[in-house]
Design a protein around this ligand. Structure first.
Ligand SMILES: NC(=O)c1ccc[n+]([C@@H]2O[C@H](COP(=O)([O-])OP(=O)(O)OC[C@H]3O[C@@H](n4cnc5c(N)ncnc54)[C@H](O)[C@@H]3O)[C@@H](O)[C@H]2O)c1
Length: 465
């Protein structure tokens, strides 16, 4: 470990609290338990598998990230969470059908021991699921208090040193922008007054952030991405990040679109369609939840391609996103992209992508990385929005006066440079000039931040650029 780092080591147990214990959560937990037993490999996890280059290229220093930064070891993770369904994690994983019976058998005991706590439910925000045993409370403040009590009881029961919460629940319908989202006093009044603009995911986010627990959001609903909860996170010292795990089609989009722009190839149309048959697909079959997802998926191209800078190349492309619920496929999603591009002298060309992916298999390593990095951020004293974790999200949460960064490669650089910075290592500018002329290649420092204020128009809805 680097001697310049002041980050306290990850001692003791880390409690991982997951609102929403369906396909992604059960695949994540089963995977961690299998890896711990040496029965699986954490493929797709940057924290577990990736190396990071340090210093100059000729120094040949490339430790694994998990050996470079003080992350919690997998053996010290303890899992819990909330759901409308009372299935333990073995039953949930079996029903999700992502991993088969033979894969689940060696970790059956560990999975059966994890049962969801009763959940916060509001039928106005989720149409295709009916909760069997939701929490009861006169006000949303009562419900938030119950979630805080759950958090504290879990910590005591399992002897956790630290906690992290990550929303893996279904995609909620977006609330209309409301005054109670604007600042924390208004939000707490809204909880008391049962303001309809506070969905369940905001109640979990509030409970986590209020207790200083790092909070991430894997779905596209707003949850912690409102000024009131950002303000609370800065006060309570909770690192926060979101929204919507970047897994299948958007991963492809944010990989191919930067290439088109880097090579100044024009775009006239991008048609994306998906079929999926898991419960997430069923929830997204409702137009309200689909709209939330669509906004999250649509925002990426404009931000990457910057039509305002390149009107001739990207001024008028058609972008269409479809998601169809198709039960026979289960979690094995299939995505098609038809990309109409143009090259030299405007000559048209096409790119076709057919990604036969597995939704939860792509999401599980992201959950692991976010849990470990959010815990690292907390120990490093980082609070509020963690933009360096944009790498993992379709709709990255960032300061209100900034555009989100969608380009996967810039996001990756940002993540690795943040780790270097946290550990007192040189931040790499990759210009390479200093190999040839040591006077050159110095990174100028960034200007100081402007006050974080943005207009209502920029804010609503979600972070669509
Ligand atoms: N799998 C992926 O590749 C991927 C990618 C991006 C985003 N996501 C998002 O991650 C989330 C989870 O996906 P999944 O495939 O596990 O879905 P899933 O339907 O299998 O599981 C979601 C679970 O959340 C529960 N839930 C909903 N509202 C809740 C609440 N208020 N409190 C507690 N539990 C609640 C549901 O009962 C369900 O069991 C979804 O929002 C999905 O859109 C998934």
């Amino acid at each position: 470990m680097n001697k310049h780092s002041l980050i306290p080591p990850a001692k003791g147990k880390l409690g991982v609290l997951l609102p929403g214990m369906g396909a992604v959560t059960s695949t994540f937990i089963a995977g961690v338990e299998l890896v711990k037993k040496g029965l699986g490999s954490p493929v797709g996890s940057v924290t577990q598998m990736q190396a990071i280059r340090l210093g100059k290229r000729y120094e040949n220093r490339s430790p694994l990230i998990k050996d470079f930064v003080p992350l919690a070891p997998l053996e010290r993770l303890v899992f819990g969470g909330w759901d409308f369904f009372s299935d333990d994690m073995f039953v949930a994983a079996t029903k999700a059908g992502v991993l088969d019976a033979a894969q689940l058998a060696p970790v059956r005991k560990e999975l059966e021991a994890i049962r969801p706590m009763s959940a916060v439910y509001d039928a106005a925000y989720i149409k295709n699921i009916r909760a069997a045993n939701p929490k009861r409370g006169k006000t949303k403040q009562d419900l938030a208090r119950q979630v805080i009590e759950d958090i504290e009881a879990f910590k005591r029961k399992h002897g956790c040193d630290r906690l992290v919460m990550l929303w893996c629940g279904s995609t909620e319908i977006l609330p209309a922008p409301a005054a109670c989202h604007e600042d924390i006093d208004a939000f707490e009044r809204g909880l008391q007054d049962n303001d309809p603009a506070i969905p369940p995911s905001m109640i979990y986010a509030y409970a986590a952030i209020k207790t200083g627990t790092p909070y991430g959001n894997g779905a596209p609903n707003l949850s912690g991405d409102i000024p009131a909860l950002v303000e609370l996170a800065e006060k309570s010292g909770a690192p926060i990040c979101g929204k919507d795990f970047k897994t299948g089609q958007t991963l492809m989009k944010t990989t191919v679109a930067p290439m088109l722009k880097a090579r100044m190839l024009a775009l006239s149309g991008w048609y994306s369609t998906n079929i999926l048959g898991n419960r997430d697909g069923e929830v997204l079959d409702d137009p309200g939840s689909f709209r939330t997802k669509e906004l999250s998926k649509m925002s990426v191209l404009d931000t990457i391609l910057e039509p305002e800078l390149y009107p001739e190349l990207y001024g008028k492309f058609h972008h269409k996103v479809r998601i169809d619920y198709y039960p026979p496929r289960g979690d094995a999603k299939e995505g098609w992209d038809n990309i109409d591009i143009a090259g030299w002298l405007g000559m048209p060309m096409q790119i076709k992508i057919n990604f036969l992916c597995r939704d939860s298999i792509l999401a599980a390593p992201i959950v692991l990385d976010l849990v470990l990095f959010l815990d690292l951020a907390k120990r490093a004293g980082l609070k509020g929005i963690q933009e360096w974790l944009s790498f993992y999200f379709k709709s990255p949460q960032c300061r209100e006066d900034l555009k989100p960064e969608h380009d996967l490669f810039i996001q990756h650089l940002k993540l690795k440079n943040t780790l270097r910075l946290l550990m007192g290592e040189e931040v790499l500018d990759h210009s390479g000039l200093d190999y040839y002329d040591p006077e050159k290649g110095l990174v100028p420092s960034a200007p100081p931040p402007r006050p974080a204020k943005k207009t209502k128009k920029q804010r609503a809805p979600s972070s669509v650029a």
